[in-house]
Design a protein around this ligand. Sequence first.
Ligand code: OXD
Ligand code: MN
Length: 594
Amino acid sequence: MSTKNKKLSAWVAEVEAMCQPDRVEWADGTKAEYDRLMQLMVEGGMATRLNDELRPNSFLFRSDPSDVARVENRTYIASRKQEDAGPTNNWIDPVELKQTMTELYTGCMKGRTMYVIPFSMGPIGSPISKVGIEITDSPYVVVNMHIMTRVGAQVLEHLGEDGEFIPCLHSVGAPLEEGQADVPWPCAPIEQKYIAHFPEENLIWSYGSGYGGNALLGKKCLALRIASTMARREGWMAEHMLILRLISPEGRRFHLAAAFPSACGKTNLAMLLPTIPGWKCETIGDDIAWMKIGPDGRLYAINPEAGFFGVAPGTSMNSNPMAMRTLEKNSIFTNCALTDEGDVWWEGIERPCDDAIDWKGNPWTPDSGAVAAHPNARFTTPAAQCPVICDDWENPAGVPIDIFIFGGRRTRTVPLVTEAFDFDHGVFMGTMAASETTAAALDVGQRLRRDPFAMLPFCGYNMADYWAHWFAMGDRLGEHAPAVFYVNWFRTSRDGRWLWPGFRENSRVLKWMCQRVAGEVDARETPIGNMPRDGDLDLSGLDIDPDDLAELMEVDTAAFRADIDDAEAFLAKFGDRVPARLRDQLEALKRRLG
Ligand code: OXD
Ligand code: MN
């Protein structure tokens, strides 16, 4: 394969000269290529083929123990001016960063193959999609990109001679000397890792890590950080949101897009099996939404990805049966445990395991005193395999969004559901989003991280400008703007019990949202937003103590005032750049709280 696109051939030649790989291969996205690379990695000791009877065509990888997650403190937004990256992003001057990284990249692919991966984020040719080219020296990245994006010759055809693409350069940062044996998971030490974004050039340079969002550059780097900057320039939205379709018993369809911080159950909600009779949910995406205003003035969303890159621990037939069925075959597992039957296992899978090899490759039993799977162990699995995938999930026009949901993990303060009074108030709700970090799950309520719109680690520019962009989108959408809700599935009682069962029962809350949008129910106005009137939330068949329900819905004004103080301290970091409309919302809330 090669390309007629002059800009692309010039870039590939330039990278080849800098990185000095032994050979260059263009990825064509075919099954034959996938099988060949997997075979190569199995032979090289990087991958283990799982038992084909238990989990057909699936593979396990173990990363280096130092390379297990996104590295936010090595992630940079290298805009020309520091204030354009804003106070929540790491910044290095782009000229300086390119110099540092050019030194690292020089000769970094020696002894390795350089793969050129043409990929489309979103259905090829959709007006909302974008083309990226990832150059990488990791065959693991190639096979993952096969699942997570649309890879191959069709993308190059679509690109043609002068089509635009987003260049994404990746190296594991581990050149091989002549005759030097490779290791199962090559990567560079932490101080050499750089996940760099040059938003003014739509350029991504990643060095030193082979893991997830650091290496599969279509996902967080392109589809969120770079896309968010493009979206602002071009008047659309790139958001950290799942997308789902809810169908009422009468056949009415609602499209919901929901933003929650990492590890708050986005994948579970995206694949919801409603408990309320007659309601159906279909999945469109579990992590990212790209949205544009359509000819009818409504906001249309696509899922730019083609697969799910989900956290394995905690996924079970109870918590997410649809994900479990999606990853029955043709899936890649990273840092899961390996059972003696040759299948994968993780904490919370709700299936016994007496004997396994843990994520570090050591023998493990339940008495080992350590986890078998890394807490950020992942599955990579094709979206098309999801039993509840929506027929329209690849519709190039996207689906019209009726409802935005924000939320986080809050053991206190925040009630089950609140509806924004209007879109501006909804932007305020998204801005106020905060979540207790999951590492602190045992000392509940300890560390609260403000994570506006769940975009804190993913917004490619100054977040104050991002809020202004949301207001501007609201103005353009006018009466077509989606309704906005804020949810908290995680509230606990004063004596430390979960107040809400969560998971499938969350469908009850979504039903109320749909009824609000359809104008079928009134609401009760509170200082923080509209809430369900007594009896409006469908609780039929659910055994919930009335006192617990009251606590779940309680608006604790004192706690909200304390929350505002915390939010104000956060907003102060942005100085004058904070939109006046956001400050107005804050003042209005203070007045309402009294
Ligand atoms: C993810 C994340 O991997 O948000 O989706 O961290
Ligand atoms: Mn995510």
